[in-house]
Write a protein that binds this ligand. Structure first.
Ligand SMILES: NC(=O)c1ccc[n+]([C@@H]2O[C@H](COP(=O)([O-])OP(=O)(O)OC[C@H]3O[C@@H](n4cnc5c(N)ncnc54)[C@H](O)[C@@H]3O)[C@@H](O)[C@H]2O)c1
Length: 246
């Protein structure tokens, strides 16, 4: 990649960083000189994927849906590294079913991880960002959160909620040097690989560029939104999706 930002001195938290988009984002921040907290609830996967660590990586096994654990984790990060400058709320799950077959567990868990997790991390991080008069919050939403999808009313509600949440937090924090934006990605990850073959073919055909991105292709957009240079951009949803959302 030729687009380079320098995050030296910045502490970056990426959730869902054991694989997929989150892992690719964390790798980018690390090569751009940031201190990176790679957070995931899958501790074994986290250990396996981030075994070869520099001093600039902190592995954090945390369930973003658990508000007490998140509060504790953010305060530990600030105690260790002095600040939390950039958070990427990326952790996610899918529990698909048409609405008349959705169980309480499928509904609750998807809302709790995506919307609850994004809220928990943001609520815990913003006071520290306010004190520092600097912060970058980047949430990960989805095309489905804007347009809906069959079998994903729970996921659509969560991702649509994240867009409304992003704009509200952007307004609340704008006076404190904090920006809050979202990306809407489209990348070949485990989450996408779990989609049935015929549905996946249909989804691929709907991408104007005719392919899913490599997860690393999400990094430049996130890095830009996280950079000092993007200080005047807040409350936007940036699609990084090969044209799907046109
Ligand atoms: N891949 C795509 O095309 C696409 C499209 C739109 C939106 N998204 C969103 O991008 C984000 C990343 O997706 P991905 O495709 O890389 O998925 P993925 O399944 O490859 O990775 C998700 C990661 O989140 C972790 N995670 C799940 N629940 C968690 C929790 N409660 N606490 C902490 N970590 C948790 C998982 O363990 C996993 O490592 C998700 O929010 C997803 O909804 C992805």
């Amino acid at each position: 990649m030729t687009l380079n930002f320098d995050f030296k001195g910045r502490t970056v938290l990426v959730t869902g960083a054991a694989q997929g988009i989150g892992k690719a984002l964390a790798e980018y921040f690390l090569t751009s000189n940031a201190r990176v907290i790679v957070a995931d609830r899958d501790a074994a996967l986290l250990d396996r994927e981030w075994s070869d660590n520099s001093d600039d990586v902190l592995r954090l096994a945390v369930d973003v849906a658990d508000s007490d654990s998140v509060e504790q984790a953010i305060s530990d990060i600030v105690a260790t590294w002095g600040s939390i400058d950039i958070v990427v709320n990326n952790a996610g799950i899918a529990r698909d079913a048409v609405v008349w077959k959705l169980t309480d567990e499928q509904w609750d868990s998807v809302l709790a991880v995506h919307l609850g997790g994004t809220f928990n991390i943001t609520r815990a991080a913003v006071p520290h960002m306010r004190s520092a008069q600097f912060g970058r919050i980047i949430n990960v939403t989805s095309y489905t959160g804007m347009h809906g999808n069959i079998g994903q009313s729970n996921y659509a509600a969560a991702k649509g909620g994240i867009i409304a949440f992003t704009k509200s937090v952007a307004k609340e924090t704008a006076r404190f040097g904090i920006t809050c934006n979202a990306i809407s990605p489209n990348a070949a990850t485990a989450m996408v690989a779990a989609v049935p073959e015929d549905k996946l073919a249909e989804m691929t055909a709907s991408v104007p560029q005719g392919r899913f991105a490599d997860p690393s292709e999400m990094a430049a957009a996130v890095a830009f939104l996280a950079s000092d240079e993007a200080a005047y951009i807040t409350g936007v949803v940036l699609p990084v999706d090969g044209g799907v959302s046109m």
